[in-house]
Design a protein. Structure first.
Length: 191
C-alpha cells in the first residue's frame, strides 16, 4: 500500500474464505439458491446494459480526456463486473485519459500511469487537471511576470479552462482561479 499522502486510490484486498456449505443446508437447497442467484445476476446485468450512460463520455472516440465523476470509483482488470477490482479511486474530478472503449466500459490511465477499466457512468467529460511535479505558481494572468495569486501543491485538482498557444491554461480550484503553465498540469494538451 502506498504511503504517499497524495495517493488518490487504495488497493483492494481480496479475501476468499472456504466455507463448508454442505454442512449447513441440503444439496437441493444449495442448487435452488445458486439458480436464484444466477437469475438475479442475469437480470442485474441486463439492467446495467440497458441503463443510459450519462454525459458525452460514451460518445467520443479515444484517446480523450475525462474526469472521475463520483466520490468512489473502481477500476477493474477487464471491461466487466466479472473482472477483479484493481483500484478504488476516492478522488472526484481526478483527470484521466481514456485509452479504449468496450461497450459501456472505458480503459483509463490515471496521473501515475496506472491503467484499468472503469464504467462510463463513473466518468465525466468535464475537463480537469492535476498539478504535477513540485509546488507551482498560479498567476493572475497568462504570463510569468504576472502577479502570483496562489501556490499549488502537487496533487491539487481543479477545473481546466482554455489553454493559450503560449502554454498557459486557465485553472480554477474551488473558486480560486488563475493561470498555470500547461506542462505543470496532468490533463492538458493532446491525450
Amino acid at each position: 500500500m502506498s504511503t504517499n499522502p497524495l495517493d488518490h486510490r487504495r488497493p483492494v484486498l481480496i479475501v476468499n474464505p472456504i466455507v463448508g456449505v454442505s454442512d449447513i443446508m441440503s444439496q437441493k437447497a444449495i442448487y435452488r439458491r445458486a439458480w436464484g442467484k444466477s437469475i438475479a445476476l442475469m437480470l442485474s446485468l441486463c439492467a446495467m446494459v440497458a441503463a443510459p450512460v450519462s454525459g458525452s463520455a460514451q460518445t467520443s472516440q479515444p484517446p480523450y480526456w475525462a474526469s472521475i465523476d463520483e466520490d468512489v470509483a473502481r477500476t477493474r482488470t477487464g471491461p466487466s463486473t466479472e473482472y477483479k477490482i484493481m483500484w478504488v479511486y476516492e478522488r472526484k474530478n481526478l483527470p484521466v485519459k481514456i485509452i479504449k472503449r468496450y461497450g459501456v466500459w472505458r480503459q483509463i490511465e490515471d496521473p501515475d500511469g496506472t491503467q484499468g477499466w472503469m464504467h462510463a457512468r463513473l466518468l465525466s467529460r468535464t475537463r480537469t487537471a492535476m498539478v504535477i511535479g513540485e509546488i507551482r505558481a498560479m498567476h493572475t494572468a497568462p504570463s510569468a511576470e504576472a502577479e502570483i495569486a496562489w501556490r499549488l501543491e502537487p496533487g491539487v485538482v481543479g477545473k481546466l479552462g482554455d489553454c493559450t498557444e503560449s502554454g498557459w491554461c486557465g485553472f480554477d480550484v474551488n473558486g480560486r482561479s488563475g493561470f498555470v503553465r500547461a506542462e505543470h498540469l496532468f490533463g492538458t494538451g493532446e491525450p
